[in-house]
Design a protein around this ligand. Sequence first.
Ligand SMILES: Cc1ncc(COP(=O)(O)O)c(C=O)c1O
Length: 483
Amino acid sequence: MTVTGRQVSRSRIEEIGAREEESYRQRTPRSAELFERARQSLPLGVASSFQAYDPYPLFMTDARGSRIWDADGNEYIDFDMAFGVLAAGHSHPILAEALQQRVANGTCYTFPVEDGIALAEEIKDRFGADFVRFSNSGTEATMDAIRVARGYTGREKVIKFEGGYHGHHDDVLVSIQPPHDAMGPVESPNTVPASAGIPRSRIAETVIAPFNEPEMLAGILEAHRGEIAAIIVEPVQFNIGVVPPREGYLQRLRELADEHGIVLIFDEVKTGVVLAWGGAYEHFGVKPDLFCLAKSIGGGIPIGAFGGRREVMAVIETLEGSQHFAGMGGAVGSGIEHSTIPGGATRVAHLGTFNGNPLSMAAGLVTLKQILTKDAYPRLHAMADRLTAGSQAVLDEFGLPGYAINVGPKGCVMFTPDRVTNYRDFIGLDADLWAASFFFLANRGILLPPGPDDQWTLSVQHDDSDIDRYVEVFREFAAELTA
Ligand SMILES: Cc1ncc(COP(=O)(O)O)c(C=O)c1O
């Protein structure tokens, strides 16, 4: 579908972009100062390269509810919400209170705690799972889930979709946003490392497919018959703006995975407990074999989790009963030699000093049981629809080239006239227009994630007046741009 939009003059975009960046510098001298100091100790001046952007990131000091304050005391309505971590909002009073008590009673034991059982039970309920394990980040969750899938199937290759982000381990840090001239043909894209330092041997293990193209995927699976352990997919591609799956697409993934004996992994790091109480699983009604969680389940405390089907997760206890074991003669329980497993391992290792620590378990439990409860979602969806409708009305009124979109409480304006269905369409996005809007909005107290590939996330602590203020400022931007 093509959305009609007036051509906005390039020079006008550049003029507003430059003016707003200058105004950003004027308003945030303390952040500039801290950035200069940070660069002496931290490469790019930040702890994660995602936090870096030009001219320098805002340094923050304080946040509560839907608000965040920078080091110069400027207040923002936060629509970034820590890259989508904070569906609970900043320092939710119930969570803050519970964590204070937790901190006073020890935050790390490396012995299990009852809260960990209760949190696993809650996640099992929401995602229809049999088993759950905890980690400390989304990266760890996808890394662990992939190892479990490999252990279960006895296969080594993984399918990942172009434009998808699943964390920063080697298997998946490929073809995130590959350069145009490196990506190869759409029906069999190249595996393009997104970082130096990834060994060729790792790159060879990840096969890339285009998102939303089931028949192309079927061809790729055929070409790799018997080799693929897992298909990992973010049910909505939330790392290239907002790219929903086409009608029936996730169901087709389910069928193809079954046909080929592949473990289907939903990366629900952004979608889980945000799109719905039961994440993308509930929202789209398709059940993966494994799912990965992080971000919002901890209400702002570092946490990760993965879980799913009993037979697959059971490889953490024993490989007996796994596809791998059955493939070696089906002699389940016979004690046959695990001759194809290097070192003769009899199960999949899942480890971590901080896994299931009392602080993150308490945070997860309070967030899921008391804040992101079933009745929170209708309001989150209504606010998101209001923001999308308001933004779309502005785009229509001023004929800007773009469209507003959300899936549940996450959305954005995609500054491209054509609907994006996968990474190749996303390349057409107008990055200058996005940047001009980012600084224009930030300078007027509306904070978005600092990149056109991310999106706003609403929390239970936002309200309609926050939404309306966003739309009002976005309208001012559109009016100036087309004046
Ligand atoms: C879909 C998805 N998976 C995994 C990750 C990695 O999570 P973390 O940054 O907690 O390692 C992210 C992070 O943005 C993500 O968006």
